[in-house]
Design a protein around this ligand. Structure first.
Ligand SMILES: Cc1cc2nc3c(=O)[nH]c(=O)nc-3n(C[C@H](O)[C@H](O)[C@H](O)COP(=O)(O)OP(=O)(O)OC[C@H]3O[C@@H](n4cnc5c(N)ncnc54)[C@H](O)[C@@H]3O)c2cc1C
Length: 297
């Protein structure tokens, strides 16, 4: 299979990139290309113009201020995985990036590309939603930020409009007493797209769970927050969240009830529905342990 012909552009500024996106009728952004180029090769998409982001250094920056972590949309999965800042203070984001694809995919694929594919199985979405992340979108009209939980409209459909480029992911600092964990199940250990995934954020006031978020991936048209799981978790003793299997059973059932899985080549809907409780329970227990440990430091 060969790539179809396209014009390659390498703009030096964001404005230039957005102008090209506006002007060209059938253009697409090219970040790492691990989705775009594979889809073009398979004949699943065709673009006359590809606008590379590779010369835009500002999209690679990873930084932090007193409120937020900022991850440039062009940061690769390995840059996210290995960033000392992310590893030390936003551990679950580094861990999620380390579970993506292979070394080659992590060296090339970007966090922005992962989210902008809009695939319900993209691994960075559940964990970033659990952290309460927002994304910044830039166009010639200006900038806007969107909560990541609202960014996904349907499978492979996002809120990105023509002429817009995702510039960064903004992750608020975790409040004291909070912990996040991401769990994924693929059909093999390496280079496996998630059949199902779950992320959890647990906040404890020292004895009770004062806030919680469970997000499931690859089991609905978009990464999905389980409101039922939050209802089960809020107000429960944190020790119970770590040790009490009956509460964890309820959490798992709630997360499965909130999912809308489909059959595909990686698994049937029933298989996925069976995975959700296992992954949600693990994510909740481990996030709760992290939340409790964070109070000891
Ligand atoms: C072998 C293999 C294994 C994989 N394993 C995994 C896995 O385990 N988990 C997982 O989640 N994914 C996996 N993927 C999918 C893919 O590699 C990732 O989603 C990757 O992060 C995509 O990023 P990219 O930079 O390559 O995006 P690209 O392919 O460059 O772009 C993807 C889409 O996003 C758009 N886009 C990219 N950047 C921006 C931006 N800044 N602003 C606006 N639009 C943008 C593009 O136009 C395109 O529509 C795998 C892919 C392969 C080939």
């Amino acid at each position: 299979m060969h790539l179809t012909q396209f014009r390659y552009h390498k703009p030096k500024t964001l404005e230039e990139a957005c102008t090209l996106l506006e002007q060209k009728e059938n253009a697409a952004v090219l970040a790492g290309g691990t989705d775009v180029l594979v889809e073009i090769k398979k004949g699943l998409r065709q673009n006359d113009d590809l606008i590379s982001l590779s010369a835009l250094d500002e999209l690679k920056e990873i930084s932090k201020d007193e409120n937020n972590l900022y991850i440039g949309a062009g940061a690769t999965h390995n840059e996210v995985k290995k960033s000392p800042l992310i590893k030390n203070e936003f551990q679950a984001i580094s861990e999620a990036a380390s579970l993506i694809g292979t070394e080659q995919i992590r060296n090339t694929g970007t966090i922005g590309g992962n989210l902008c594919t809009g695939a319900s199985c993209c691994d960075m979405a559940p964990v970033l939603i659990a952290y309460g992340a927002r994304v910044e979108l830039f166009s010639l009209k200006g900038k806007r930020t969107v909560a990541l939980k609202d960014f996904f409209r349907f499978h492979k459909q996002t809120m990105i409009e023509k002429g817009e480029i995702m510039t960064k992911v903004i992750v608020p600092n975790l409040e004291k007493g909070s912990g996040v964990w991401f769990e994924k199940f693929g059909l093999r250990d390496a280079a496996a797209i998630s059949v199902a995934s779950a992320a959890a954020m647990i906040k404890t006031d020292g004895s009770k769970c004062s806030d919680a978020l469970v997000v499931v991936g690859a089991v609905a048209p978009v990464p999905k927050i389980s409101d039922k799981a939050k209802d089960v978790l809020t107000g429960k003793s944190t020790t119970e969240l770590i040790n009490d299997s009956s509460i964890l059973e309820q959490v798992g059932k709630a997360a499965a009830d909130d999912s809308l899985p489909i059959d595909d080549i990686r698994g049937t809907a029933g298989y996925r529905r069976g995975l959700v409780p296992v992954l949600a329970k693990r994510a909740v227990t481990k996030a709760a342990k992290r939340a409790v440990d964070s109070l000891k430091n």
